[in-house]
Design a protein around this ligand. Sequence first.
Ligand SMILES: Nc1ncnc2c1ncn2[C@@H]1O[C@H](COP(=O)(O)OP(=O)(O)O)[C@@H](O)[C@H]1O
Ligand SMILES: [Mg+2]
Length: 371
Amino acid sequence: MRLQSLTLENFRNYSSLKLQFQKPLTIIYGKNAQGKSNLIESIYLLSIAKSFRTNNNRDLIRNNNVYTRIKADVAANDFEKELEYFYQFSPKAANLYKSNGQKLKIVEFYSIFKAVLFSPENLDNFFREPEEKRKYMNLLLSHINKDNLISLYQYKKVLKQKNALLKAIFFKQENPSQLDYWNQKLASYGSRIILNRLELIHRINSEISGYYQQISKSDEKLNIEYITTEIKLNKINNQETLEENLLNLYLKYQEKEIYFKKTLIGPHLDDLTIKINNQPIKTYASRGEQRTFFLSLKKVETLLIEKLTKIKPVLLLDDIYSELDDSRRNFLIQMLDSHQTILTTLTLNHLPKEKNMEIFEVKNGEMGRIK
Ligand SMILES: Nc1ncnc2c1ncn2[C@@H]1O[C@H](COP(=O)(O)OP(=O)(O)O)[C@@H](O)[C@H]1O
Ligand SMILES: [Mg+2]
């Protein structure tokens, strides 16, 4: 995958920016709060059709404006496309996704441009929040399995409807017998999502330890476990059994769900536990170990996308490079080979000298070429 050019209008602290990417490695250098992460955010938005930093699109619009636009020319082995994202909140709220000038639905737009994000903002949350881990699985799966993306949208829609019904039942406006219909649908989409995630975790587990050991020069074993409420996942091997399990649990917890007015079982609440030598990483790992895990995970993610889509994703490295030690930095540099990379940094120290690269400096939303 190639990112050839990027145009921003009223995006965060950029009023208007036009950037050509001419080298395999692009360094964006700048002091704090100049617009490095904003730039990465805009590029990654084209990949996953939303911001990785905010759920409120209005945050993306430069102060005192009413719209923002991101455009990019991207290319893969067999296509070239101009992608565009447009959002305005006035005079009328609108969210538009386009490819070559044609409007696309969000699920069609998603993942045309394939990218892998390395961000410390991500890393900290990843170990704290189950929600971040679910988001991670959802995003990665959506690059390699469009069916999962569609199930996910349907699941979220049905979940909302079921929760509204639970509320109405609580207030005696509706009858509990109506839950069956929504539970069936939820179990059907939910089981597909869980099975896709299990397969993903299985694929990750089969590769990640090797990279972890290579970076840490240890023989520690890394393992990720998928956690879901009360279902013995090792006994599940098909969708039917999983659906049945979910339906039984909805029944078991029906009273409780009505009381809380929300669905208490399912992939929207599941979690991952990351273990080193069978110890959960959250409680026992050092920051260095967490970084090593993260780099290994990103390596596997990059390979999976490449293997399953035949497209090498563009790597987006926000602010992680300079704080790595030699061993982790060398691993990362090796990884950049054959992937276009956009890397932001606070310092120009330690840059890989032998690489074919260009360097820009960003100051307050303005970009200047240094090299
Ligand atoms: N919607 C917006 N309008 C104008 N400026 C913004 C907006 N959102 C963020 N900023 C500004 O962008 C700057 C942060 O940019 P960021 O890319 O996160 O910095 P860094 O270079 O440290 O990664 C801050 O000065 C912030 O005020
Ligand atoms: Mg930043």
